[in-house]
Design a protein around this ligand. Structure first.
Ligand code: KIV
Ligand code: NA
Length: 263
């Protein structure tokens, strides 16, 4: 019962069905997720999980375009979103120039931008020039250095009010959906009720219009630490290591290759 998504269907899903988003960085995994997930995000989280960097800030547009092309090639039916990396939307003109480059060089259906009220004008400029934009508010990993760490949001009345203002500003700037990350579930509920566009949560409870997880976290390939909000649906790292150990042992014992695996 796979239905290829578009902006209209995503917006209409609010209050009707929960949306499932997952990240992907390459064709192989994107193909596995293609007919299951409603949206595939080529997250700048790939800078950490694939490029081994300590945060997302050094990801480049070139890198995001390369991975998005791989994802689109593997999952041509998927609704693919390219996560605009840090520094590529510092003002309206830069943002539009870079977004146009994304549309010219990839089949991404949309881009994602971190920021609330502070980015509303930029988002407005993009959407009024026919770029589909997904917002991202709450805990924003691209702000990690300026904020001095990753902090759960919405813990004070002021912060709660700011988050609602951010969500409304992003919606009013024309975004078709918003990621809300690392926010108290009670606040995520208020944000979800305040806007007409779908809110996709991560670390924001089950009160939002959908969820997003980083594939390598939810499939258990990332072993360094497990944030509280991640559910491991597979022991990926353990299974892979067991398989490679088995391969090694078969090589050493000459059990691999067997007779029917030779020419
Ligand atoms: O980069 C990413 O994977 C993301 C999601 C966690 C929303 O931005
Ligand atoms: Na991201």
């Amino acid at each position: 019962n796979f239905e290829k998504m578009n902006i209209t269907k995503i917006k209409k899903a609010k209050n009707i069905k929960k949306l499932t988003m997952i990240t992907a960085y390459d064709a192989l995994f994107a193909k596995l997720f293609e007919k299951i997930a409603d949206m595939i995000l080529v997250g700048d989280s790939l800078n950490m999980s694939f490029a081994g960097k300590p945060d997302t800030l050094s990801a480049t547009l070139e890198q995001m375009i390369y991975h998005t092309n791989a994802v689109c090639a593997g999952a041509p039916q998927a609704f693919v979103i390219l996560d605009m990396p840090f520094g590529t939307y510092i003002n309206k003109d830069e943002a539009l120039k870079n977004a146009v480059e994304v549309y010219a060089k990839t089949n991404a259906a949309a881009i994602k931008i971190e920021g609330g009220e502070d980015k509303a004008e930029i988002i407005k400029h993009l959407t009024s020039n026919s770029i589909a934009v997904m917002g991202h508010i709450g805990l924003m990993p691209q702000y990690v250095r300026s904020e001095g760490g990753y902090k759960v949001r919405g813990k004070t009345k002021e912060d709660e009010e700011q988050l609602i203002k951010d969500a409304l500003a992003v919606q009013n700037a024309g975004a078709f959906a918003i990621v809300v990350e690392g926010v108290l579930s009670s606040v995520a509920k208020k944000i979800t009720e305040a806007v007409k566009i779908p809110v996709i949560g991560i670390g924001a409870g089950n009160v939002t219009d959908g969820q997003v997880l980083v594939w390598s976290d939810m499939l258990g390939f990332f072993e360094e630490f497990k944030p509280k909000f991640v559910r491991k649906y597979l022991e990926g790292a353990t299974l892979v290591k067991q398989a490679v150990e088995q391969y090694k042992s078969d090589v050493q014992s000459q059990a691999f290759p067997a007779k029917d695996e030779e020419y």
